[in-house]
Write a protein that binds this ligand. Structure first.
Ligand code: PLP
Length: 395
């Protein structure tokens, strides 16, 4: 692709390793559930891929924890949340409480809304200025205890896809477990995988989602981690009945081509973790310096953050107008997140961050990868400078 792609939180370009693995896997076309030779070959490849993903997640070699392949991060999040709600017989009048952080991705927010309609109490923990409010969470847990409405599920994303804020998932999971040891604590780590060092155990979570196309692989594969304890306690059940693939958690013949690419991308992401991170840190420092020359404001989280994502507010110019201006110059960024742009809804994450509603239409998200160069940033800065001057004049 020619041009300057700075929308890596929406999706990433597949790496050479991912593409090679995909092509090799196309030759291993058997169904992993078949017991003949082509099927066994496919099964063996699937097993290797699962081991690579487990390794990239930092799981011990002989773990009883599960890595379940799904088709996308959205599916992984839905299986965790809806699969947890359906796992036990619930009291119709008081099924329980679901806690999520404010500004979660729609793949958590929307199934949570579905459960709220079914009678669950939904609590959103504020994330003003990109900081997960643990004091609020503590009070919410105490209230749930008083109301005798047990917390069945608590979901906290690791990295916010619009602001790059890194949440204290460990602190949140410890609190939830202290009050409700049986709750399923979930982490949407789609934007954090291979960018920040973690294991499901270090975050203290029971389930965790990751997605291939955010780590320089192709779309069509993702994974849901499920701890052995969650399996043992039957705290998650399948939400899509079918042939029982992926130990029943996700029926449907596995997309081995995408899974092979996913595992190759995860393997190189694991091996090159430090180098990739360092490259992005350097690029981000350069980006921040250059942005200071322009009339824009950076939505900088007050707590921990990842350098990959940079959210800025333009001076009174609509994001879409600037996006088109940049796109015409071969510079590709996004307005808030791609998903919220698609549904034309105001971004819940930016609202939760506390951005002034009048600024919400003027936000641009720049998201980096180790594949970017300072030339990409120069092209962006030139495009922004030119756009700010000409588009402001037109207003
Ligand atoms: N969670 C987060 C934080 C995301 O950023 C995304 C995608 O942007 C998803 C989940 C959904 O992942 P997928 O596109 O694989 O469904």
């Amino acid at each position: 692709m020619t041009g300057h792609y700075l929308d890596n939180s929406a999706t990433t370009s597949p790496s050479e390793a991912a593409k090679a693995a995909m092509i090799a896997a196309a030759e291993i076309w058997g169904n992993p559930s078949s017991t003949h030779k082509p099927g066994m070959d496919a099964k063996a490849l699937l097993k290797d891929c699962r081991a690579s993903i487990a390794k990239a997640l930092g799981l011990p070699r002989h773990t009883q924890d599960k890595v379940i392949f799904t088709s996308c991060g959205t599916e992984s999040n839905n299986i965790a949340l809806l699969g947890c709600a359906r796992a036990k017989k619930r009291d119709r009048d008081n099924p329980g409480t679901v806690i999520i952080s404010a500004g979660e991705h729609p793949s958590i927010e929307n199934p949570a809304l579905l459960l709220e309609k079914e009678g669950y109490t939904l609590v959103r923990v504020p994330t003003a200025k990109g900081v997960l409010d643990l004091e609020y969470l503590k009070n919410a847990l105490e209230e749930a205890k008083e109301r005798k409405s047990p917390v069945i599920f608590a979901g906290f994303m690791l990295v916010n896809n619009e602001t790059g804020a890194l949440y204290d998932v460990k602190g949140a999971s410890s609190l939830v477990k202290k009050y409700f040891p049986d709750a399923v604590v979930h982490c949407d780590a789609v934007q954090g995988f291979l960018k920040v060092k973690f294991t499901p155990a270090s975050l203290g979570v029971d389930t965790l989602s990751i997605s291939a196309h955010k780590i320089h692989s192709v779309r069509g594969a993702a994974a849901l981690y499920i701890s052995s304890e969650t399996v043992k306690r039957k705290n998650i059940v399948p939400v899509m009945p079918g042939g029982g693939q992926e130990e029943g958690y996700r029926s449907g013949t596995e997309n081995l081509i995408s899974i092979a690419a996913f595992s190759a991308a995860a393997e190189s992401g694991r091996v090159n973790f430090e180098a990739n991170r360092e490259a992005v840190v350097v690029l981000r420092e350069y980006l921040d310096r250059e942005l200071q020359k322009l009339d824009v404001k950076i939505n900088l989280p007050e707590g921990d953050r990842l350098p990959w994502i940079c959210s800025i507010i333009l001076p009174g110019i609509k994001s879409e107008t600037m996006l088109n201006h940049l796109s015409a110059r071969g510079v590709y960024v996004s307005a808030g997140s791609a998903c919220s742009a698609y549904s034309k809804k105001k971004s819940g994450a930016l609202e939760a961050f506390g951005i002034d509603p009048s600024d919400a239409d003027s936000v641009i998200r720049i998201s980096l990868s180790y594949t970017n160069t300072t030339e990409d940033i120069d092209a962006l800065i030139d495009g922004l400078a030119d756009g700010i001057a000409s588009l402001q004049r037109k207003r």
